[in-house]
Design a protein around this ligand. Sequence first.
Ligand code: B12
Length: 287
Amino acid sequence: MSQLLTTRDLAEAIGVSESSLRRWVDDGVIQAFRTAGGHRRITLDEAIRFIRESGTPLVNPVKIGLPTLPRDHQGYTVDPTETLLNALMVGDDEHAIGIVMTYFLSGKPIATLFDGPIRATMTRLGELWKHNERGILIEHRATDTFIRALSRIRLSIKNPPADAPVAIGCAPGNDPYFIPTMMAACIFADNGVRDINLGPQTPTQTLIHGIEENQARAAWLSISTEFEQDQLERDLTPLIASTAKLGCQLVIGGRNAPTQLRKPAPHVLLTRTMAELTAFARGISAP
Ligand code: B12
């Protein structure tokens, strides 16, 4: 997936004429370089950036080396969870990442990819260890594959401008789950908020330092591990107090996030999906 594209490849992928595409290259709308023979070449990452930012539909992904999404017998695209599962079961990470990237470029909001096929695939793989002795191997390998796909998605989203509001977040101490906090970072960046992802196993105090240091307007906490109620309260209490003092909104979500707080606080939002996080991020970035 690191090949260089010709102007014809990209033109055919997005259904425009090659002459329009050459013009966009020459006007600097698409970054390209020239070979020794003077031919324009475009990196796949640049093509992905252009397709997303311009909102141009990807009509023929195969032309840029990406797989097509699965279709039903009438030709309509269908949920790619089964295709992802099949690829991940046999360790075909390139196909799995390709499917994720094609979906990402299909024009649908990224929250639908995160709450939909990626979550569904990981949930199904999480059941495997009960029936299949290779289950844990497959699950760990798939986690790595999705981490790589999400990195690629994040790199394809342009960094919001330096004066955009900042959101910082993580999974708490003793919570090793990487994928959901990466998703949250992508959601913020895609909605015009500068994202700082501190990753899994992050002590509460570290998040508080990060909020202070970056004057973050929002913080997210993704809780996947099942914590004792008392430990969770102990972790959350200083975070809720500090965010209130610093004028920072706090959004808490994840499989094992609390559904309510003992003492509700107006600046804290408990929510469950990346679709809801998208609405929250838009509210943060709105002037
Ligand atoms: C991968 C995985 C692991 C990996 C994680 C690797 C990594 N670095 O990320 C490792 C190997 C570390 C692991 C360990 C364990 N795991 Co595990 N794991 C999983 C698995 C298969 C996938 C998790 C995942 O990434 N899902 C994908 C994400 C995207 O889905 P999600 O978390 O639901 O997130 C969505 C929403 O919750 C929401 N969301 C998430 N965060 C946020 C944040 C905000 C702000 C918002 C708004 C929304 C939001 O949006 C996301 C997209 O929709 C799950 C299966 C499952 N059902 O999830 C089991 C699973 C969670 N694990 C399980 C178990 C048992 C364990 C272990 C106890 C195993 C062991 N014996 O050691 C340990 C416990 C570790 C711990 N301290 O908690 C069980 C838990 C059962 C239960 N009681 O709930 C599960 C359900 C598997 C199963 N079916 O048995 N695990």
